[in-house]
Write a protein that binds this ligand. Structure first.
Ligand code: KIV
Ligand code: NA
Length: 279
């Protein structure tokens, strides 16, 4: 299969063929996402919460994101890759944003970067794209700004907010973003925004009328404990927590009753060596 490029994504968009995106935070999860045929693998800063156990995404550093991105890049030789720029690595100036984006490409080995924000991030998006690094924008619910938004809640649900969402979408398109993630916005609003743009919208909690969808792999695979908070929009396609728990419990039992390791897991020595050792 041919590698997915910006052109592949543009062709899919032109043909109204939904673009599939999934996060990966390490080598095996990236291998799995690619094997399943994902068009884009996102090294999302959701890493902070679901893979590193941090309370929110504000704590994760660019160095930590780069380490994860490098691991993902070693697996993703067909999928298009995008690395999230974490909070604090791009908001200060377009120059800072470009410097971080360059690190994400050179050290993280990503093919593009993603950053949160609309109109106010347009100069940064322009700066990065004109340096030859594709940018995916991210508007609506922007988790890095959760304290300003008053938590993780639906966005664009009043006329004012829907209009500013549309302005943000237009601004990031104008600035040169190759796609825009729409997170947690009412389906009808996401459909309007999608219809108003000439670049693909990638929805998460934004209904099925966007140009593509993205989910956090750890959420959709059900790697998380049953009491973990799960947004309404997550569909649990797997139960990896249950499978993992059952497997580890069985391992514990088999160690306790000495049924593991069994004969097939054991190295045999030359009996002469054993006898000589005992003598
Ligand atoms: O960090 C992340 O995983 C994301 C997706 C949810 C879009 O930004
Ligand atoms: Na993110």
């Amino acid at each position: 299969q041919k590698p997915v490029t910006i052109q592949t994504l543009q062709k899919m968009y032109a043909e109204k063929s939904p673009i599939t995106m999934l996060t990966a935070h390490n080598f095996p999860s990236a291998l799995m996402a690619q094997e399943a045929g994902m068009d884009i693998i996102l090294v999302g800063d959701s890493l902070a919460m679901v893979s590193l156990g941090m309370p929110d995404t504000s704590e994760v550093t660019l160095d930590e994101m780069i380490m994860a991105a490098r691991a993902v890049s070693r697996a993703a030789n067909r999928a298009f890759t995008t690395g999230d720029l974490p909070m604090g690595s791009y908001e200060i100036s377009p120059e800072q944003a470009l410097a971080s984006a360059i690190r994400m490409v050179k050290e993280g080995r990503m093919q593009s970067v993603k950053l949160e924000g609309g109109m106010e991030m347009a100069p940064a998006i322009k700066k990065i794209t004109t340096a030859g690094i594709p940018v995916c924008a991210h508007i609506g619910l922007t988790p890095q700004r959760q304290h300003a938004l008053g938590g993780f809640r639906v966005q664009g649900n009043t006329l004012d907010k829907a209009m500013s969402l549309l302005k943000d979408a237009k601004a990031v398109e104008e600035a040169g973003a190759f796609a825009v993630v729409l997170e947690c916005v009412p389906s009808d609003i996401a459909e309007e925004v999608t219809g108003a743009l000439r670049i693909p919208t990638i929805g998460i909690g934004a209904g099925n009328k966007t140009s593509g969808q993205v989910l956090v792999q750890i959420d959709m695979l059900g790697v998380r404990p049953p009491d973990a908070f799960m947004p309404k929009f997550v569909k649990k396609y797997g139960s990896i927590w249950d499978a993992g728990l059952a497997a580890i419990r069985q391992y514990k039992e088999e160690v306790a009753d000495r049924s593991y390791p069994g004969p097939q897991h054991v190295y045999k020595s030359d009996t002469k060596v054993t006898e000589a050792l005992r003598a």
